[in-house]
Design a protein around this ligand. Structure first.
Ligand SMILES: Cc1cc2nc3c(=O)[nH]c(=O)nc-3n(C[C@H](O)[C@H](O)[C@H](O)COP(=O)(O)OP(=O)(O)OC[C@H]3O[C@@H](n4cnc5c(N)ncnc54)[C@H](O)[C@@H]3O)c2cc1C
Length: 405
């Protein structure tokens, strides 16, 4: 459609399968998803799907286009959503397109979840998230912010006052390496580091001492995913004197986006592949990271190759600061038990084994995104939010299936 010049129809069509196309267009790992699967990718070069997706929405919105909700028949059904990350935003989008009222609660002062309080501004401009917030508000979505469900507001209130509840609370337990020295001075977890930088850049900082500053420091980032890439690139922007990324597999087997590694290299980040940290060294404050070299085993049944330490290969990498970016696990709330919301041993809420898709073991409660699947991607959170909305629409007996998607 866009090749034919049908910009507004293209925007409408794009929104039929994605609630946040301008955001996925910016931060999806297209190289390994849509563009990686493009048949032209074989030697010729893929269609630049991400850039097209971003262009369509940005241009259409700047021309005044808005999602068409003229067909919507408003019902009296009300849904509460916990968390204002991409899973909930997508769920709220589909719910309002099906005539339900969507009230989104979040503990933060701005919407977006990790889109706002995680992904750095140089990858995703925060104005883009705010623009989507405004669009959703125009659709009738209400945001109740600075409200932590379970503490500021009891979960009973949501169950008593709404016809259904969607949980999109993300995954916020930081994975640890389990080696000595993780608790000493100048060792930081990735997310607090990134958030402190966002708060400084966005002027949201409450006290200047909250800012974690890497200016002039030798920084070592441990991990090989997108979060690690965001940390190294943030440290570069803070004018660290040297930024090194250590990852225990090789470049080919790292989980992060190829594009992000390329960007980081271009910005001067040094990569040490096949290095496994065994200790963070320092007398109260970091002076270095002890690593061993690894070689990869043959692929296991999931195709993953396990790093095996090589004997006598120890090496000390000097560091003034270390950032740990080993990923996140879901953090089931203590109150889930009180409401029969079950989760597995990894903390993932069980959703989808009941009558309706993404319904939890409490029939009135649905869930999706990182808290169900584990730490993953914006596009999968959006998809699960949309699928859960479809399940809620069926549960409430409203909407027409064509509008749910
Ligand atoms: C640093 C970083 C970089 C990333 N980069 C990318 C990338 O480039 N591309 C990509 O596709 N994915 C990326 N991801 C992953 C992606 O951001 C997540 O998979 C996605 O945001 C998950 O969406 P969600 O809605 O499930 O959860 P979240 O985005 O985590 O949102 C959950 C929301 O729930 C709120 N909440 C939790 N508990 C409560 C409560 N009790 N009461 C009220 N509110 C609550 C939280 O405050 C939060 O706002 C990145 C992740 C990180 C950490």
């Amino acid at each position: 459609m866009i090749a034919e010049g049908n910009l507004l129809e293209a925007a409408e069509l794009s929104h039929r399968t994605n609630s946040l196309p301008e955001i996925c267009g910016r931060i999806c790992p297209h190289d390994r998803l849509c563009e990686g699967a493009c048949t032209l990718n074989d030697g010729f070069g893929a269609v630049t799907i991400g850039a097209v997706e971003k262009y369509i929405t940005d241009e259409a919105l700047s021309l005044g286009w808005r999602p068409d909700l003229s067909h919507v028949e408003q019902t009296d059904k009300r849904v509460a959503l916990v968390g204002a990350g991409p899973a909930s935003l997508a769920c709220a989008d589909v719910l309002t397109r099906n005539g339900a009222t969507a009230d989104v609660y979040d503990r933060y002062h701005e919407v977006g979840g990790l889109l706002t309080f995680g992904i750095p501004p140089f990858k995703l401009e925060k104005d883009i998230v705010k623009r989507r917030r405004k669009l959703l508000e125009e659709q009738g979505v209400k945001f109740i912010l600075n409200t932590e469900v379970g503490t500021d507001l009891k979960f009973d209130y949501l169950l008593d006052n709404y016809d259904a509840v969607f949980l999109g609370m993300g995954a916020y337990t930081y994975m640890k390496g389990g080696f000595p020295g993780e608790g000493i001075g100048e060792v930081y977890d990735a997310l607090p580091y990134l958030i402190s930088n966002i708060n400084r850049v966005m002027n949201w900082e409450k006290h200047p001492e909250e800012f974690i500053d890497m200016k002039g420091k030798q920084v070592v980032v441990l991990g090989g995913g997108d979060t690690a890439m965001d940390c190294v690139r943030t440290a570069v922007r803070q004018q660290a004197s040297k930024v090194t990324c250590c990852y225990r597999r090789d470049e080919e087997n790292m989980p992060g986006s190829r594009r992000e590694v390329f960007n980081a290299k271009e910005e001067g980040v040094r990569f040490l592949w096949n290095r496994q940290p065994v200790e963070i060294v320092g007398n109260g404050i970091v002076t270095g990271v002890k690593v061993v070299q690894t070689e990869l085993s043959d692929p296991d049944n999931r195709g993953r190759r396990t790093p095996q330490p090589i004997a006598d290969s120890e090496q000390l990498i000097p560091a003034d600061s270390v950032i740990i970016a080993f990923g996140f696990r879901p953090s089931p709330s203590t109150w889930f038990d009180d409401f029969s919301i079950e989760f597995d041993e990894g903390g993932h809420v069980i959703a989808g084994q009941n009558e309706h898709q993404y319904q939890t073991t409490n029939p009135k409660v649905f869930a999706g995104g990182d808290m169900v699947r584990g730490s993953d991607l914006v596009v999968t959170a959006v998809w699960e939010g949309r699928m859960a909305a479809q399940g809620i629409v069926e549960y409430l007996g409203i909407g027409k299936s064509t509008h749910a998607m």
